[in-house]
Design a protein around this ligand. Sequence first.
Ligand code: AP5
Ligand code: MG
Length: 216
Amino acid sequence: MSRTIVLMGAPGAGKGTQARLLQERLNLPQISTGDILRARAEAGDQLAEEIRALQAAGKLAPDDLVIRVVEERTARDDCQNGYVLDGFPRTLAQARMLEKLTAEQHKEIVAIAIDVPFEVLEKRTTGRRQCPVCGEIYNMYFRPPQSNETCDRDLGVRLVRRADDTIDKVRVRLETHQQQTQPLLDYYEETKRLHRVDGVRDTEAIYQDIERIISG
Ligand code: AP5
Ligand code: MG
């Protein structure tokens, strides 16, 4: 049976970094609800404006919207052999919907929590920069680009900072995570589908643990 990999972790824990590696190396599509919503927010309509405001405030988007996004994206052909959810589910309602969806898709859920302490998360988020072309994720404290604020792969392309990566927004996001998403760890733990990895190590060491869990 193919798998639905649920990558969990607080803002800045490294979900996106690891999901990108899984996509590159295991050909498992990365489905980041945050990225999909950010892309949707670029349109010029009312919904885009609402998403922009919610993300900028560090609040969650409505369940029905995010659920629709996941249903549509996971129905594509490239998801047949499994996929990685990065940032979904984040509420109990989303987790329940995922049970139903994966049952219909004949997939098994494997939840992996990347554990990173609170004090590290602030630097991870406020120091983050991303290439708008290839999506490569950098960090000015932990993984700086070779040349000041430009991408190592797309030479000369200026890295961008997310609107919700300022310290005040990060604190709201961490709080939202604590209240709404943290309880999901118990949910997957109780159903014996939760694996935990220490997220304060080299990216490669974390990846090796995740790959072992997936293939085990
Ligand atoms: P989303 O985009 O998912 O943001 P998030 O959950 O806050 O997580 P981040 O993307 O900030 O962190 P990450 O874990 O991906 O870390 P990364 O790999 O980049 O969601 C944004 C918003 O969208 C939400 O607030 C909400 O409004 C909305 N939304 C999204 N999903 C939703 C849902 N399901 N329901 C409702 N609303 C939803 O790494 C962070 C930094 O650390 C980088 O700089 C990286 O280089 C560095 N780093 C990574 N790993 C390491 C390492 N091992 N050592 C040192 N540095 C590292
Ligand atoms: Mg991310």
